[in-house]
Design a protein around this ligand. Structure first.
Ligand code: HEM
Length: 319
C-alpha cells in the first residue's frame, strides 16, 4: 500500500519569511567576510625572514690511529683515522641598522647530531632602507663568524628572504631550483635523446628493429598537457607542487648515458642566475618572443635574448 505525502504549499507569508532569512544570512556572511579587518603585518611594515639549512663543520678533528690500535681491530674496520660524526651547531646573528634582532644557536639534526642545522625565524620591520648584517658561525672551534652585510630596501608588506652569499645555500634554494627546472622544461637545450636499437622493440603499436634508431623527444614530453597543465606557461611553482619522474622531466637525458655534467651544469646555472639577480634588476628588452634555433645537436635562442639593466644594487641605471 502506498501513502502519498500531503503537498507543501508556501503562502505569501512563508515566501516573505524565506526571503528575509536568506537576506539576513547573506548580510551575515558578507559582513564577516571582511570584518574584523585582518592584516598579516602591521601597516607600513615588511617581513624579514631568515631561513637556512646548513651542516656545521665537524665538532672535533679526526684522530690518527696508531699501528697497535689498528692491529687490534677487525681487518674490515681498520680505518686509519677515527672521526667523530658530531657537527657544530650553527650560530646565526642578524642585525638591522646595528640593532641585534636575533643571536641564536641552531642544533644539528639527528640522534648523533650529525645532520644539518635548520633555522627559520621571521620578524616584521618598518618598511624602508635598512642596513642588514648577517653573521653565521658553523664551526665550534672558529673564533670569528662569517659576516655578510648589505643594504636592503624593504617595501611595505613585502616579504623578501634574508640574502645569503654562500653558494651551498644558494644551490639549495627551492624556488631558484624550480625556476631553473621550469626553464629547462620549456627550453631543453638538447631537444631529443636518440638511441640505436640493439634488439627489436614494440613501441606504441609499431614494431621497430635494428638498424633503426628511436628518439625520445624531450621538447614534446616536456609540453604534454597531461603532465604539465597550461604547458606553455612559465610557472616554476609546478616543480614545488609536484615531483616529476625521470620519465616526465629529463633535460639531461636518462639511463646509462645520462649527461655526466648534469649536477655541475645545474649548480652553475643556479649560482650564475642568483649572482645576476642579487646585483642587478634586469628586464626583457625583446619586443617579440625569441625563436629557438638548432645549433648542431643543441637548441638555443636564434638571435640571442636582449636584456635591459633597470637597476644596479643600490643605484639607478639608465635604461
Ligand atoms: C644545461 C647544461 C647541459 C644540458 C642540458 C646537457 C644535456 C645533455 C643530454 C640531454 C645528454 C644526452 C644524455 C642521454 O643520451 O641520455 C648529455 C650528454 C652528455 N653531457 Fe651534457 N648537458 C649539459 C651540460 C654538460 C656539462 C657542463 C658537461 C661536462 C662537464 C656535460 C657532459 C656531457 C657528456 C660527457 C655527455 C655524454 C654522456 C654519455 O654519452 O655517456 N654536459 N648532456
Amino acid at each position: 500500500m502506498t501513502e502519498t505525502l500531503p503537498q507543501l504549499r508556501l503562502g505569501p507569508l512563508q515566501w516573505t519569511g524565506q526571503i528575509v532569512m536568506y537576506a539576513l544570512f547573506a548580510a551575515f556572511v558578507g559582513y564577516f567576510a571582511s570584518q574584523p579587518p585582518v592584516s598579516l603585518l602591521p601597516p607600513g611594515h615588511g617581513l624579514l625572514r631568515l631561513s637556512f639549512s646548513h651542516p656545521g663543520k665537524f665538532a672535533t678533528d679526526c684522530r690518527q690511529r696508531s699501528a697497535e690500535e689498528l692491529a687490534k681491530m677487525p681487518p674490515q674496520m681498520r680505518a686509519a683515522q677515527d672521526c667523530q660524526r658530531t657537527r657544530s651547531p650553527v650560530q646565526a646573528r642578524v642585525e638591522v641598522d646595528d640593532k641585534v634582532l636575533i643571536d641564536r644557536s641552531f642544533r644539528p639534526a639527528g640522534l648523533a647530531q650529525d645532520g644539518a642545522a635548520s633555522g627559520y625565524w621571521r620578524t616584521p620591520i618598518a618598511a624602508g632602507t635598512h642596513r642588514l648584517r648577517i653573521q653565521f658561525k658553523d664551526d665550534l672551534r672558529a673564533d670569528a663568524p662569517t659576516p655578510t652585510g648589505r643594504a636592503v630596501n624593504l617595501p611595505p608588506l613585502r616579504r623578501p628572504l634574508a640574502p645569503h652569499e654562500d653558494p651551498e645555500v644558494i644551490a639549495r634554494l627551492p624556488y631558484l631550483d624550480a625556476v631553473c627546472n621550469e626553464t629547462l622544461r620549456l627550453h631543453p637545450i638538447v631537444p631529443d635523446v636518440p638511441r640505436m636499437l640493439a634488439r627489436p622493440l614494440e613501441l606504441g603499436g609499431y614494431r621497430v628493429a635494428p638498424p633503426l634508431g628511436v628518439d625520445v623527444a624531450t621538447a614534446l614530453v616536456h609540453r604534454r598537457e597531461a603532465l604539465y597543465p597550461e604547458p606553455d606557461l612559465f610557472r616554476p611553482e609546478r616543480f614545488l607542487e609536484r615531483r616529476f619522474t625521470p620519465f616526465e622531466f629529463f633535460p639531461f637525458g636518462g639511463g646509462h648515458r645520462r649527461c655526466i655534467g648534469a649536477a655541475f651544469a645545474t649548480y652553475e646555472l643556479k649560482i650564475v642566475l642568483a649572482t645576476f639577480l642579487r646585483h642587478a634588476h634586469l628586464e626583457l628588452a625583446e619586443p617579440d618572443a625569441v625563436k629557438p634555433a638548432r645549433r648542431n645537436v643543441v637548441m638555443g635562442p636564434a638571435t640571442g635574448v636582449r636584456m635591459r639593466l633597470r637597476e644596479r644594487r643600490g643605484q639607478r641605471a639608465a635604461a
